[in-house]
Design a protein around this ligand. Structure first.
Ligand code: C2O
Ligand code: CU
Ligand code: CU
Length: 485
């Protein structure tokens, strides 16, 4: 797509954004449409200490001075408090459930024993659940969120999600930007009506693209801005949306560097000007605001993108969705206003050791068929989730290749618990993204694509799930159990 097309499509995209009552009543002067970003970005506090508590309860999000939205939050924070641990540390976390419905927490990307993993069968209604596990894996940008069957979507949507950052010595030796130069950003889209976050997916929402909103929040804040120095920052981006895919870029097409993804640092940094990020994926990004940023305000945007073989787009429009998958819009604004006290940083050529499983070590090749079936919805190998049924059995210590085959006409971000995998290949012409040169736990499989991943099952024996991380698809049963024996 050339520049002119892009600008044209961006214009269209933003024009197509219907002004929700929330936007018109709360954001003065139609600020989002005028491109004005007026709310300071919020940063969650960190959860420290060996023994900690995550208390989920109904709680109001404050926006600006005078507006609030009713939500569910962990420890009254949105996103939830950031958990930061070193490799080798033991986590003891009590989950207190006060939201009035069943829930359980999953530590997305962490490899923990089955009863610590938040399998939906462990969901409970009231009281608490004590987690205790030792972290024995690479430094990375992980996250946590609820995982009860059929109601993960609404719980995450209303605000239950947080970052889980793991550090190790390999990463610390790189002296990456830290402190105020390291910014976790969770991007989420919402529909809002009055002071309620609305979650009411229609049948087409569930059956097709999932539930998408027209209000973009970063760390829970709509139309946010953040002041930065002209220098290097580490942005740890999480797509915490239920269904929306973003195509991250700066509005001025400035380059940025991908240094890590779901399972930590890439072998080598990769410079790019745009990056597709699907629900649950993470991108660890270095941006140098002193190079390629001439103006003192620059927006992080989502560029328009095409869904290959996505036959349902027109149909979705017809059904009244006003902010469809692939539309372009702005996300947040960086104001390069500070000037002094910035210390420079040298980008290393090598970031981490690449020790991916070898194809020659794989004992099994498993096709994983993703289909849209009339009367059933999105299935995995022809079936919907059943709590107790074991769908796949793998031997502990084995290396396997799984091939996700998307026979439907909507995207599926596929996520496997208890492992980190390497993407081997993708059919069609998208190729592998910069993030797919590293360790992943979630991979986007576009309509018509076949994506092969390789992984070694070293987690403790027991029952885990894998599923589509489009949360409407997951809640409708696009999930399966696998047993490590
Ligand atoms: Cu982030 Cu099974 O989920
Ligand atoms: Cu997970
Ligand atoms: Cu899906």
């Amino acid at each position: 797509m050339n520049r002119k097309d892009f600008v044209k499509r961006m214009g269209l995209g933003v024009g197509a954004l219907s002004l929700s009552p929330f936007l018109s009543s709360c954001l003065h002067d139609n600020s989002v449409l005028n491109g004005e970003f007026q709310f300071p970005l919020a940063l969650s506090s960190e959860l420290t200490g060996t023994n900690s508590t995550l208390n989920a309860s109904p709680s109001a999000i404050q926006i600006g001075d005078s507006y609030s939205l009713s939500a569910f939050r962990f420890n009254n924070s949105l996103p939830g408090p950031t958990i930061r641990k070193k490799r080798g540390e033991t986590a003891r976390i009590r989950f207190e459930n006060n939201i009035g419905q069943e829930s359980i927490i999953h530590w997305h990307g962490l490899i923990v024993p089955p009863d610590m993993d938040g399998h939906p069968k462990d969901a409970f209604n009231e009281g608490s659940y004590d987690y205790e596990y030792t972290i024995n894996q690479r430094a990375g940008t992980y996250w946590y969120h609820p995982h009860p069957h059929r109601i993960t979507g609404p719980q995450v949507y209303r605000g239950l999600a947080g970052f889980y950052l793991v550090e190790d010595e390999e990463e610390q030796a790189l002296k990456l930007p830290s402190g105020e130069y390291e910014i976790p950003l969770v991007i989420q889209d919402r529909r809002v009506n009055g002071d309620e976050i609305v979650y009411n997916p229609s049948m087409p929402d569930r059956m097709m693209n999932g539930f998408m909103g027209d209000l973009i929040l970063v760390n829970g804040v709509p139309a946010p801005f953040h002041e930065v120095y002209p220098g290097y920052y580490r942005l740890r981006v999480l797509n915490g949306s239920n269904a929306r895919i973003y195509n991250l870029a700066f509005e001025n097409d400035a380059p940025f560097t991908i240094i890590g993804t779901d399972g930590g640092l890439l072998p080598k940094p990769i410079e790019t000007t745009e990056l597709l990020i699907a629900p649950a994926e993470r991108a660890d990004i270095l941006v140098d605001f002193s190079t390629g940023f001439d103006q003192n305000r620059v927006k992080l945007i989502s560029k328009p993108f095409d869904i290959p073989n996505g036959g349902m787009m027109g149909m979705q429009n017809m059904m009244g969705s006003n902010f469809e998958q692939g539309t372009g819009f702005s996300i947040m604004e960086f104001r390069i206003t500070k000037s002094d006290t910035y210390t420079s940083f040298e980008l290393p050529k090598q970031l981490s050791k690449a020790e991916f499983p070898k194809e020659s070590d794989a004992t099994t090749n498993r096709p994983i068929q993703l289909d849209m079936q009339m009367g059933q919805g999105h299935t995995i190998n022809g079936r919907l989730f059943e709590m107790e049924r074991v769908d796949i059995t793998v031997n502990q210590g084995d290396t396997e290749i799984w091939e996700f085959i998307n026979n439907s006409n909507v995207p599926h971000p596929m996520h496997v618990h208890a492992v980190q995998f390497k993407v081997l290949e993708r059919s069609g012409n998208r190729g592998l993204l910069p993030t797919e040169t590293g360790w992943k736990d979630t991979v986007l499989v576009m309509p018509g694509e076949r994506v092969k991943v390789i992984m070694k099952f070293d987690a403790p024996k027991g029952l885990y799930v894998f599923h589509c991380h489009n949360l409407e698809h997951e809640d409708a049963g696009m999930m399966a159990n696998f047993q490590i024996q």
